[in-house]
Write a protein that binds this ligand. Structure first.
Ligand SMILES: CC(C)(COP(=O)(O)OP(=O)(O)OC[C@H]1O[C@@H](n2cnc3c(N)ncnc32)[C@H](O)[C@@H]1OP(=O)(O)O)[C@@H](O)C(=O)NCCC(=O)NCCS
Length: 154
């Protein structure tokens, strides 16, 4: 994990960008956090997000550097207009300790450093619990209809 400077709320947390060796742990985290879906290949999603300069995956690791374990992750990127986050996840046993909020702030900082003026995110309608998290972080729920089309034939 390459280090980046982020003001963590938990002193034992280290924040950085995902590297190749982090991929299995990230996929496991996403699975335990309930974020994977059969039609999305998490390995391909991670590879694509890490390929270019306009997106990345930020990690929060807990514990000593040698034995640090993955505590949370967020995918962040921009499309030249808006910033987007995906796959915000905190290890279930570590939820409720401010790690999710710290990752959200890290994603905001990453976008702000690139002069992106607005952060967007999608929440599945059945994920009631997470709405409170974003509202508590000052996010507005906006009335929009989302259209999409798969380009990979799936
Ligand atoms: C959503 C998630 C990332 C939050 O991470 P977390 O580390 O548990 O959240 P935090 O401890 O940082 O919470 C930050 C603040 O939000 C508040 N909060 C968290 N969940 C909340 C909820 N459901 N309703 C209201 N407030 C909530 C906390 O009370 C805390 O407020 P405080 O700082 O005033 O005490 C985590 O629950 C998770 O991984 N969920 C499963 C995956 C998921 O649904 N991801 C989002 C996909 S869009």
């Amino acid at each position: 994990m390459s280090d980046i400077l982020i003001h963590a709320e938990t002193p034992t947390l280290a924040f950085g960008h995902a590297e190749d060796a982090d991929t299995p742990a990230i996929v496991g985290l996403w699975e335990r956090a309930g974020l994977t879906r059969p039609w999305n290949d998490p390995h391909a999603d991670i590879a694509l997000a890490r390929r270019g300069p306009h997106s990345t995956i930020l990690l929060a690791k807990a514990g000593a550097k040698d034995g640090a374990v993955l505590a949370g992750s967020v995918m962040v990127g921009h499309d030249g207009h808006r910033g987007w986050i995906y796959y915000l996840a905190v290890e279930p046993a570590l939820q409720g300790r401010g790690i999710g909020r710290a990752l959200l702030i890290a994603a905001e900082d990453w976008l702000r450093a690139r002069a992106v003026p607005k952060l967007m995110l999608l929440v599945r309608p059945d994920n009631e619990q997470v709405r409170g998290f974003y509202q508590a972080a000052g996010y507005l729920e906006e009335p929009r209809v989302v259209f999409s089309r798969r380009l990979d034939g799936k």
